[in-house]
Design a protein around this ligand. Structure first.
Ligand SMILES: Nc1ncnc2c1ncn2[C@@H]1O[C@H](COP(=O)(O)OP(=O)(O)OP(=O)(O)O)[C@@H](O)[C@H]1O
Ligand SMILES: [Mg+2]
Length: 477
C-alpha cells in the first residue's frame, strides 16, 4: 500500500515540528510549511492524503485554503487546527468541508486519533468508489459473456465510443452478438434513458421500409389511412439500430444518407421537413466494402456508416470463451426448466469447444437449450451429445417458434447452417475440380470470379482445396 502523505501548515514552528515527530513515528510521510500560500501550492501540486491546517495564518486565512481544496483537490482530508479554542471557527470549517478539528493545545493521542480516523474514512470512501465502478462495469456488459482478449478489447473500444454521438458499424457473422453489443453501446450512452429502436432492413420491402424509417402522411399510398411516425421520429433523442444494413435498397440508401447528414427527413407523401436527433448504430454480416466495389452499396453511405467500425470475431476465433458461454446458457436453461444439471463432462466440453459453431453464439445457445431439455442426467456427457446433438444441421428443427423473433432467428440459423454448409461444399467441390484455380472454378460453376472469391472469403476458404477441406474438422461428412 502507498504510504500516507500528510502536510502540516502552521506558522508556529513548534507545532509543525511536534506534529512531524509524532506522525513520522506512526510511519506516515510528513511535510511541514509555515505560510498559507506555500502550503496551498504544495497541496494543489502534490498528492497529499491529509492536511492539518491552522486557521490563523499570517498571509491567508485557513478557510481560503479549505475552500480552494474543496474545489480543486476534494480528495484531501482536512483537519483544522484552531487556536484559543475558538469553537465558531471550527464549526465554520466543518461546514465548509473539513473532516475534523483539533483545538490547541492538543495532545499526541488526540493528534494520532484524528489522523487515523481521517485515513480510515478516506480508505473506505476510495474502496466504495472502486466497488461502485466495478458494479457499473459489470452491469454495463453484464449480459455479454467474454474474457477473450479480443472481446475485452471490444469492451474498451465500446466504453470509449458509447458516450459520443458517433455512428458505430458493428460487423460480424450471424449470431456473434451484434445486437447485444449495440444495446450495450446504447446503455452506456447519454441516450440510455431514451428509446433504442431496432429496424431489420431485411424484413421490409423498399417502399415499406421508407415509411418505416421516415413515417408517412395520410393518403400517401393505399392503406395509409392516417399519419404515422417513422423510426427517425420515434427514436428522437435515442438510438436507432439499423440491422442488416447491407440489405438496404439503393433507393433508400440515398434518403438515409441525407437524413443522417442533416438530421432532417421527410415523411412519405409529405413536403414538410422534420428534424430528429438520433444516434445510429448499424450492423452487417456482409462485407460492405466489397458491396461498394460491386456497386450494390453507396460509397458515400458506407463512409458515413464506417466512422467507428467494430468487428466482432466469430466464436471459432475465440474458443477460450466457448466453455464460459456453455456454462452461462446451461445455468439459464437449467433455471428455466427447473433441472439440476451440474455441468459438462470433460470429453463433451472438449468436443463442444473444438466445434466451429457456424451460427456462433446463437447456435451455441440453442444447442445448450436443446441439450438441457433432453437431458436425463446431471452431467451432459459425450453420450448426450451423440444422442441429442446433430452437428450437421441445426439442433432445433423440431422446435416450433413462439414469437416472431424466434421464427426469424430459426430462419437465420437454417440459412446459415444448412445452406451455409451446402454453399461451402459447392465452392470446395469446384476448387477441388479445378485444382485451386479460382478463375477456372468460378467459370466452371457459372459465376463471376469476384463473386466467387467473395463467397470464398465469407467461408474462410483458401484457394488450396486440400487445406480448405481439412478446415472442416471432424463434423463434416
Ligand atoms: N458474448 C455473448 N454473451 C452472451 N450472449 C451472447 C453473446 N453473444 C451473443 N449472445 C446471444 O446470442 C444470440 C445472438 O446474438 P445477436 O442477436 O446479438 O447476434 P447478431 O450478431 O445480431 O446476429 P444476426 O447477424 O444473426 O442478427 C442472442 O441471444 C444473444 O443474447
Ligand atoms: Mg442481429
Amino acid at each position: 500500500m502507498k504510504s500516507v502523505k500528510i502536510l502540516v501548515i502552521d506558522d508556529e514552528r513548534s507545532i509543525c515540528d511536534g506534529c512531524r515527530l509524532v506522525l513520522l513515528d506512526q510511519g506516515y510521510q510528513v511535510d511541514t510549511c509555515q505560510t498559507g500560500r506555500k502550503g496551498l501550492d504544495l497541496l494543489l501540486g502534490g498528492d497529499y492524503d491529509v492536511a492539518l491546517i491552522d486557521m490563523k495564518l499570517p498571509d491567508i486565512h485557513g478557510m481560503e485554503i479549505l475552500q480552494a481544496l474543496k474545489r480543486d483537490r476534494p480528495a484531501v482530508y482536512v483537519i483544522v487546527l484552531t487556536g484559543f479554542s475558538s469553537v465558531e471557527n471550527a464549526v465554520e470549517a466543518m461546514k465548509s468541508g473539513a473532516f475534523d478539528y483539533l483545538s490547541k493545545p492538543f495532545g499526541e493521542e488526540e493528534l494520532i486519533l484524528a489522523v487515523e480516523k481521517a485515513i480510515e474514512n478516506k480508505r473506505l470512501k476510495d474502496e466504495n468508489r472502486c466497488l461502485r465502478q466495478q458494479l457499473v462495469d459489470r452491469f454495463d456488459f453484464g449480459n455479454i459473456i467474454g474474457e477473450n482478449p479480443q472481446i475485452l478489447k471490444l469492451f474498451e473500444e465500446i466504453k470509449k465510443v458509447a458516450p459520443t454521438d458517433s455512428t458505430v458499424l458493428l460487423c460480424g457473422e450471424t449470431g456473434t452478438g451484434k445486437e447485444l453489443f449495440a444495446k450495450a453501446i446504447h446503455a452506456q450512452s447519454k441516450r440510455a434513458e431514451r428509446q433504442f429502436i431496432p429496424v431489420d432492413c431485411s424484413t421490409f420491402a423498399a417502399s415499406l421500409l421508407e415509411s418505416e424509417l421516415f413515417g408517412h402522411v395520410k393518403g400517401a399510398f393505399t392503406g395509409a389511412v392516417k399519419d404515422k411516425a417513422g423510426v427517425f421520429e420515434a427514436a428522437d433523442g435515442g438510438t436507432f439500430f439499423l440491422d442488416e444494413v447491407a440489405n438496404l435498397d439503393l433507393s433508400i440508401q440515398g434518403k438515409l444518407l441525407r437524413a443522417m447528414e442533416t438530421q432532417e427527413f421527410k415523411p412519405v407523401g409529405s413536403s414538410h421537413v422534420k428534424k430528429s436527433d438520433v444516434r445510429i448504430i448499424a450492423a452487417t454480416n456482409r462485407d460492405l466494402k466489397t458491396m461498394v466495389d460491386e456497386g450494390s452499396f453507396r460509397e458515400d453511405l458506407f463512409y458515413r456508416l464506417n466512422v467507428f467500425p467494430i468487428f466482432i470475431p466469430p466464436l471459432r476465433e475465440r474458443r477460450d470463451d466457448i466453455p464460459r458461454l456453455l456454462y452461462h446458457f446451461l445455468r439459464i436453461y437449467s433455471r428455466q426448466t427447473g433441472k439440476r444439471i451440474e455441468g459438462f463432462s470433460d470429453d463433451a466440453l472438449e468436443i463442444l469447444t473444438a466445434y466451429d459453431w457456424p451460427g456462433n453464439v446463437r447456435q451455441l445457445r440453442n444447442t445448450v437449450e436443446r441439450l438441457v431439455i433432453l437431458a436425463d442426467d446431471q452431467i451432459l456427457d459425450n453420450r448426450s451429445l451423440t444422442d441429442n446433438w446433430e452437428t450437421k444441421g441445426p439442433a432445433f428443427r423440431d422446435r416450433i417458434p413462439e414469437t416472431l423473433e424466434e421464427l426469424r432467428s430459426i430462419k437465420k440459423d437454417l440459412l446459415e447452417n444448412e445452406f451455409g454448409q451446402i454453399e461451402r461444399s459447392f465452392l470446395q467441390q469446384a476448387l477441388l475440380a479445378e485444382k485451386g484455380n479460382i478463375t477456372q472454378a468460378a467459370r466452371r460453376v457459372g459465376m463471376q470470379r469476384s463473386n466467387f472469391s467473395a463467397l470464398m472469403k465469407k467461408h474462410h476458404l483458401s484457394a488450396d482445396p486440400v487445406k480448405s477441406a481439412e478446415k472442416d474438422g471432424p463434423f463434416k461428412e
